[in-house]
Write a protein that binds this ligand. Structure first.
Ligand code: SF4
Length: 262
């Protein structure tokens, strides 16, 4: 097997494993393979053929997403799964809708926040309130990109009542969704906005202050941790630190000229 076939095989196995985990979380505990079904249905010598139909349902194994349409299709399937999710009964009962994520399906950088707030819950899109406007300014005025160039998602897909922090069991319920989302998007960089995103993505208890200013690693993707825009609105004196973090990211992305670096 050559290197590209081996890589494709690895990707396929990863997608199949994720799909099986997803089905397991959805309550599917048994799959009947076509060969096994055919063998079970075949009569032994001297036996009459079994009259009962043999279950032949097999979960389809999606091809590994690559770019463009494949990613859009994979994201759409996952989004439908999220929209039907009721694992956190309280959140599912109080939400207006799930808030999946938005942006470029082939992004260099993904911004990851905490959970939908009031405005996001109403609109079904992450970061659309006051904090979202600040994030857009960071992306467009600070980085010189368009909001549509990046992808934006949250750790949790449903709004916690009164904007409280997500509970640990809610994050664990939703972990498979954001992990699959990031696996489909396969960005070069993930910017974690605030402690909830950073601590749950990286599975650490470190504070934002201890994690910012360097790249951390998530499955081979460079992760930058900085403050959540909602926190910056409450503590504007911290905006300078976030701007330093964003400049650090821009330098690595090649978005700053030599003159700007000096
Ligand atoms: S927060 Fe995530 S796991 Fe919980 S109900 Fe919403 S989509 Fe499902």
């Amino acid at each position: 097997m050559d290197a590209s076939s081996a890589a494709a095989s690895l990707r396929l196995r990863k997608v199949v494993r994720q799909r099986l985990e997803s089905l397991h979380r959805a309550g599917v505990t048994h799959l009947v393979l076509p060969e096994a079904a055919a063998s079970a249905a075949a009569p032994r010598p001297g036996e009459a053929a079994a009259s009962a139909p043999v279950e032949r349902e097999v979960a389809p194994a999606p091809a590994p997403p690559s770019a463009g349409e494949d990613r859009v299709a994979a994201l759409r399937v996952l989004q439908q799964e999220v929209a039907a999710c009721t694992r956190c009964a309280a959140l599912a009962g109080s939400r207006t809708q799930t808030v999946f994520g938005v942006g470029n399906p082939n992004p260099r950088v993904v911004f990851m926040g905490e959970a939908p707030g009031f405005d996001e819950d109403k609109k079904g899109e992450p970061f659309v309130g006051a904090a979202g406007q600040l994030l857009t300014k960071i992306i467009e005025n600070g980085m010189g990109l368009k909001r549509d160039d990046v992808y934006i998602l949250n750790t949790l897909k449903c709004r916690p009542p009164n904007n409280r922090n997500p509970a640990p069991d809610e994050v664990e319920n939703c972990r498979g969704f954001f992990e699959q989302q990031l696996d489909i998007l396969r960005p070069e960089y993930i910017v974690c906005l605030g402690a909830v995103a950073a601590q749950n993505l990286l599975q650490t208890k470190l504070s934002v202050g201890k994690m910012r200013g360097r790249f951390l690693d998530y499955r081979g993707v460079k992760v930058l941790v900085t403050y959540h825009p909602a926190y910056l609105l409450r503590a504007p004196e911290e905006k300078r630190k976030t701007w330093e973090d964003i400049q650090f990211l821009m330098r690595d992305m090649g978005l700053m000229s030599d003159a700007e670096r000096s």
